[in-house]
Structures are given as structure tokens and as C-alpha cells.
Design a protein around this ligand. Structure first.
Ligand code: GLP
Length: 260
């Protein structure tokens, strides 16, 4: 697990975007796992800019989003399908049939969730998974006590997650209580995982994920089992890490050796 404390959120976004653009250069048919929320927006802005400036071609890229709310139409302002269209898909020109979201409609969601997993496998698996983290340690919508071997399925959102996301809904507006999400086991199968976290509200979740025991109570701690995960943090999110100085030293050595 690599921990990179960045001087600013912009610098974290620069690093993650550079990783993706380099990977895309080597593999034009890159398979990306994508996240929503405020955290990845800077990365998406940089990818859109790279496309606009002719530095990147996304026409062969395929994408799989982590999660989506149940009960919101695709064009609802809070739906993740709309978020992704506005922040990335329209700007980089990924063909619509290359874009995938976990199923949220239909009578047989269970089979549809299995088909989503199958679609990921058929695409050759996810090359790079972008992640954020919830203040309760969730990844995707794998809430605390999610099985660390879980697959794509429907989850009930916790009060903490509902409260964290309530700001996006008008007073009196119905907030979705359920979502379909890739499982922790699904996420762990991605070849590389790049997680960003910003702000002091996430500091405890980051500490538990990086330094805590592997526990379904902090689902992001399962990332310790993955061989290629990088945490890109701002100073606030890194503030509770007990080995903070060590991670800084490791980073200085990496830069000096040119190993990353
Ligand atoms: C939601 C998403 C997560 C995301 C989290 C953090 O719950 N399902 O994938 O990581 O929000 O959001 P933000 O980046 O806005 O803090």
C-alpha cells in the first residue's frame, strides 16, 4: 500500500490523472472503474482537458461505475449516471455502449447484478479503479459490515451516509435509501486501485483503512489485501496517520530514486 500525502488537492488530481493518461497511452482499450462524489472531479476535469487538447483518445475506453442509487431516473440531478455524463463522459467522448452502471431497475436485480459482474469479466477486468472513501470507511456503497468478499448487489445506506449526502437534496425531497454497488470483492479484483481522500472529515476513515486491522467495519481496510493500491491524500485526510512521517520519507525516496 502506498500513501502519498500531496501539498494540495490539485496536485493529487494531477498525479492520478497522469497515471490514467499514461495507462491509456499504453492501452487504448483501457478498462476504467469509476467513482462519483466531489473527490474525483479534479481528475475528470484533467481527463477532459487532455482530450480537448488532443493529448488523449477515449474512443476505445470502457468504463464501469462503482454504484448507483435505486429509484432515481437516469437524468435526475443526483443520479450518478447524470454526474458522470456532466463531469466526464460528454467531455471525453466515450461511446455510450462502452459505459456501464450497476443495475437499478427491473424485476430481477439479482440476475442483473450477476450480469454486471460478467460484463466486467468479459471486458477483461478493470485495469484502474478510481476510488473515494466515505467518512464511515465505505468504498462504493459498501457500508460498514459489508462482506469483504461481496459482489455487486443492493445495499441499504447507513444513517451516516444519508446524513453526509443530505446536502445534495432539497428540503422535503425524497433521498434514496438504497443503492446497487460493486462489492468489496469486485473492487479488489481491479489491477490497480487509486484512492483519493481530502478533508479532515475523512481522516479517521483513512487511518482505519491504512493502519487499522482488516475489518468489515471499515470496508476500505480490505484494500490492505490488494497488491497495488495508492492513497492520494491532502494534509487534512493524512492528519491522523500514526506513520505519517514514514510515508513522507518513503515518498521522498521514491522521487529521488525515480521509481515512481
Ligand atoms: C458516495 C459514493 C462513494 C464516494 C463517497 C465520498 O457515498 N458512493 O463512492 O467515495 O460518496 O464522496 P465525496 O467524494 O463527495 O466525499
Amino acid at each position: 500500500m502506498r500513501v502519498i500525502e500531496c501539498p494540495s488537492q490539485d496536485q493529487a488530481a494531477d498525479l492520478v490523472a497522469t497515471e490514467i493518461l499514461e495507462a491509456l497511452h499504453h492501452k487504448p482499450g483501457l478498462v476504467l472503474g469509476l467513482a462519483t462524489g466531489s473527490t474525483p472531479i479534479g481528475v475528470y476535469e484533467r481527463l477532459v482537458r487532455a482530450r480537448r487538447e488532443g493529448r488523449a483518445d477515449f474512443s476505445r475506453v470502457r468504463t464501469f461505475n462503482l454504484d448507483e442509487y435505486i429509484g432515481l431516473p437516469a437524468d435526475h440531478p443526483q443520479s450518478y449516471r447524470r454526474f458522470m455524463r456532466e463531469h466526464l463522459f460528454d467531455g471525453v467522448g466515450i461511446p455510450a455502449h462502452h459505459v456501464h452502471f450497476p443495475p437499478t431497475e427491473g424485476k430481477d436485480l439479482l440476475s442483473a447484478c450477476r450480469a454486471y459482474e460478467q460484463a466486467i469479466r468479459a471486458a477483461g477486468g478493470i485495469d484502474i479503479q478510481i476510488l473515494g472513501i466515505g467518512s464511515n470507511g465505505h468504498i462504493g456503497f459498501n457500508e460498514p459490515t459489508s462482506s469483504l468478499a461481496s459482489r455487486t448487489r443492493v445495499k441499504t445506506l447507513t444513517d451516516k451516509t444519508l446524513a453526509d449526502n443530505a446536502r445534495f437534496y432539497a428540503p422535503g425531497e425524497q433521498q434514496p435509501q438504497l443503492a446497487t454497488t460493486m462489492g468489496v470483492g469486485t473492487i479488489l479484483e481491479a489491477r490497480r486501485i487509486l484512492l483519493q481522500s481530502f478533508g479532515s472529515k475523512k481522516a479517521e476513515a483513512v487511518r482505519q483503512a491504512v493502519e487499522g486491522p482488516v475489518s468489515s467495519f471499515w470496508p476500505a481496510s480490505a484494500l490492505q489485501l490488494h497488491p497495488d493500491v495508492v492513497f492520494y491524500l491532502d494534509g487534512d485526510s493524512a492528519s491522523s496517520l500514526t506513520m505519517r512521517e514514514y510515508y513522507r520519507r518513503v515518498r521522498r525516496n521514491e522521487l529521488e530514486l525515480g521509481s515512481h
